[in-house]
Every structure is written in structure tokens, then in C-alpha cells.
Design a protein around this ligand. Structure first.
Ligand SMILES: [Zn+2]
Length: 430
């Protein structure tokens, strides 16, 4: 099996490579990157003229919902959505039913992912049993079984002392702790960002200060324990500044931002549209600008989706009743291309760093680079392709998307996992 991706612009920042040429794939591995491939009548050829050829995109924060919540999503549909979005690996969170808090559940999800997954799946174990923040999860067993990191994502770990113990324990296994940073004493009663828009439409808000407090606490705990802290889905300007200062101090702290927080502001919630309801909430234009600045200057390491699908029945209800979370795997790259690349706010090289190189390093998995002998996980992106998003056309089970009816510019046109084409021109083949 040989595949030649011809004549694309190869964006391979890990090798300081940005040039037009061919990528040759054979038997699941990369054979050559750059230059002009020899003609081979037996090879499949994909003409990537005008497109970017990048290492496979990696989304280090998704919720595949399996086991237990398959009405919202399952491993097959979730990874189909990933393939459609140009993503070759996802890391899925532990807040399933049952919770991924021991090695038996983790291995079960691994086996399901092996069987049903269209793309590669890394698994994040919880830090506490049943996400209750009271007893530590079986981190040692889960680390041995291949957990990529530990997180109670979806829930804030309320007890500082418990978080300290969790970080000390995770650190023994060399794993990072990913925190969902929202101080619930300030945020639990809120449904959107607290500010001008929430006051006007009469909805109780979640203040940015609630996020900043939680981020500050966990940075202090990272300093105390030495544990790698990865702050999930940063959304406030204040939190960006806290992480910036922690990095300047040389602390072991990294962070990520969702594509939707880079694209939208809380003005979008004026009509009480539940498709924009998530936690942490979409905030103000000032926060959005700070997030972009954080991506540009290296404060923010990764762009993620926080792909968190819900059923129509759950989401199509009055605003305050709807659960937090949206599907994002199929729109993330296109949103970043539209809002940042085409506005000249982020180079393609930086986009590949934050959507492939850095997530691969943070998860400790192969990938993030096009290099001879490496597994052939490759994404081809047409930067000029425009498409209008309709929830019902997407592979995810979720019908709601905040991008409904929006025309985005730039889209993945080919997704290759271990040398196998799993998506071509928008069609997922598995
Ligand atoms: Zn979260």
C-alpha cells in the first residue's frame, strides 16, 4: 500500500519545514517528506496542489461519551467527526458512565476504541473516584494501562487539599493533571459569562474571576507539588495572564483554548441560544483578544474542541435548563482558519504547532511531525474551501452547533491514519 500526496505545501514545524513537495506513505509509515516523489503506477496519488499537508491534527480534549452516554455520542461517531475535521487522534475525558477511574474501565474503553475508532484515541483517567473529589482514583494502575493524563474535567476539584494530593500522586507516574478551572462557589449558579450581556438579558452569570481564582490556586499547587498542571479550556483574559506569569516563572504549567472561545463572544447569547452554552462560558471581545494574544506569544499551547455533544432533547430546552457543551470536532480547524489564519492573526506553522505538535508532546504520543519512519498520520487542508455548517450534515450525533448557518473558509480534505485514508473530500470512509 503506497500513497503519494503530491505537490502540497508541507507545513512541518517540528522539522522547520515549510516547502512545496510530495509526501510518500508506504505500509502505514512515512517514507519521504519533501522533494518530488518518483512516479509509481502502483501507488495511489492525491493531488494536494494549493493545499497544506500537515502532521495529523491532535485534539487533546474531547468527550466521546462512551461508555454509558451513547445517546449523545459514541466512539464510532465521535471519531468519525474527528476524521471529518482532519483530526487523527483525540484524547477523551473520564466523565463517562461509569467514570474512567480504574484500569478495568480504561482497558474497556481502549478495546472499544481499537474496535470502533476511526482515528486514534488517547484516554484520560479521572483524578477522583466517580469524579466526587473525595478519594483518589486508581492512577497508578491507569498509568500502567496507558492513561495519557488525569482529569476530573467537567467538574472542578473543590478541595485544594485533595487537588494537592492528586497532583502529588499523578506526579509519581510522570503524568499531568488537567484541571477544569471554575471555582464553583462563584460559578455554580451561573449560566453564561457574567457581564454586560448577562445583565441585559437577565441571566445569572459566571464571573471570569471564578475562573481566575481556580487557575491561580492550581498554579500555586503545581508550584508546591512540582506536578505538570495543564489548565483546560482557558477562557478569561485574567487566566491567560496568570498562565503567562507562571510560565515566565518557569513553572510546569501549560494550557489550551477551544476554537469556539476564539471565534465567538457572549454577544451571541443575546437570543438565549443553547448552542452557545458551555462551561467555562464564551466571554467578551476583550477576553477573546487576550486568548488570541496568548496563542500568538506561546502562553497557550494547544487549540482543542472540548467536543461535548448532547442530544437534541437535552439541548432543545429553555436556556437555563440546557446542559453545557457543544460538538466541535468538525468545525474546529475551519473556525481557526477563518478567524485567525485568514485574518492574518496566526500563521499556518503556528496553527500546526498548537493543533498537532504541542498536543502530541503533551500527551506523550507519537505524532506532530512528518518524518521518515513515523506512523503516517497526515492531514491535508484546503485553505480556500468554503462551506456552510449545518448540524444535521455532521457526523457527530449532536445536531446543535454554534456555527449553524455560518460559512467557514478552510477545511480538511484528506485525513490519513497509519497510512489509511479515513476521510476524503468530506466523506468519512469507515
Ligand atoms: Zn471542562
Amino acid at each position: 500500500m503506497k500513497l503519494i500526496i503530491k505537490n502540497g505545501t508541507i507545513i512541518n514545524p517540528a522539522m522547520h519545514q515549510h516547502e512545496t513537495g510530495d509526501v510518500v506513505i508506504k505500509n502505514g509509515r512515512i517514507l519521504a517528506v519533501g522533494g518530488c516523489a518518483e512516479e509509481d503506477p502502483t501507488a495511489e496519488v492525491y493531488d494536494a496542489t494549493g493545499c497544506f499537508v500537515t502532521p495529523g491534527l491532535i485534539d487533546m480534549h474531547v468527550h466521546l461519551r462512551e461508555p454509558g452516554q451513547e445517546a449523545k455520542e459514541d466512539i464510532h461517531t465521535g471519531t468519525q467527526a474527528a476524521a471529518a475535521g482532519g483530526v487523527t487522534r483525540v484524547a477523551t475525558m473520564a466523565n463517562t458512565t461509569p467514570v474512567i477511574d480504574n484500569a478495568a474501565v480504561l482497558r474497556d474503553v481502549q478495546e472499544r476504541a481499537e474496535r470502533e475508532g476511526v482515528v486514534k484515541v488517547s484516554i484520560i483517567g479521572s483524578v477522583s473516584r466517580n469524579l466526587e473529589g473525595r478519594q483518589l482514583s486508581e492512577m497508578g494502575d491507569m498509568a500502567a494501562a496507558g492513561a495519557a493524563a488525569f482529569s476530573d474535567d467537567g467538574h472542578y476539584v473543590e478541595s485544594a487539599n485533595f487537588m494537592r494530593r492528586a497532583m502529588e500522586y499523578a506526579n509519581m507516574f510522570g503524568k499531568m493533571v488537567i484541571d477544569h478551572a471554575e471555582d464553583m462557589t462563584m460559578c455554580a449558579a451561573g449560566y453564561m459569562n457574567e457581564g454586560r450581556v448577562s445583565y441585559r438579558i437577565g441571566v445569572t452569570g459566571r464571573p471570569a474571576a471564578g475562573e481566575d481564582l481556580a487557575v491561580a490556586r492550581d498554579i500555586i499547587l503545581s508550584k508546591l507539588t512540582g506536578c505538570h498542571l495543564h489548565v483546560a479550556h482557558l477562557s478569561s483574559a485574567g487566566a491567560v495572564e496568570l498562565v503567562r506569569r507562571a510560565k515566565a516563572e518557569g513553572l510546569n504549567v501549560t494550557t489550551e483554548v477551544t476554537a469556539q472561545h476564539l471565534y465567538f463572544t457572549d454577544d451571541c447569547l443575546r437570543n438565549y441560544d443553547t448552542a452557545f452554552k458551555m462551561a467555562p462560558p464564551i466571554r467578551t471581545e476583550e477576553d477573546r483578544q487576550a486568548l488570541i494574544k496568548g496563542l500568538q506569544d506561546g502562553t497557550i499551547d494547544a487549540v482543542i474542541t472540548d467536543h461535548a455533544p448532547h442530544t437534541n432533547e437535552e439541548k432543545d430546552v429553555p436556556f437555563c435548563c440546557a446542559p453545557n457543551g457543544i460538538a466541535g470536532l468538525e468545525t474546529s480547524l475551519s473556525a481557526v482558519m477563518t478567524a485567525l489564519y485568514h485574518k492574518e492573526l496566526l500563521s499556518m506553522d503556528r496553527i500546526v504547532e498548537v493543533m498537532s505538535v504541542n498536543p502530541s508532546r503533551l500527551l506523550g504520543v507519537e505524532g506532530g511531525v512528518l518524518a521518515e519512519g513515523m506512523p503516517a498520520d497526515v492531514t491535508v487542508i484546503n485553505p480556500e474551501q468554503e462551506w456552510t455548517v449545518h448540524g444535521e450534515d455532521l457526523y457527530t450525533k449532536a445536531l446543535f452547533t454554534p456555527f449553524e448557518g455560518i460559512t467557514l473558509k478552510g477545511r480538511a480534505v484528506l485525513t490519513v491514519v497509519d497510512g489509511e485514508v479515513v476521510m476524503k473530500e468530506g466523506h468519512v470512509l469507515k
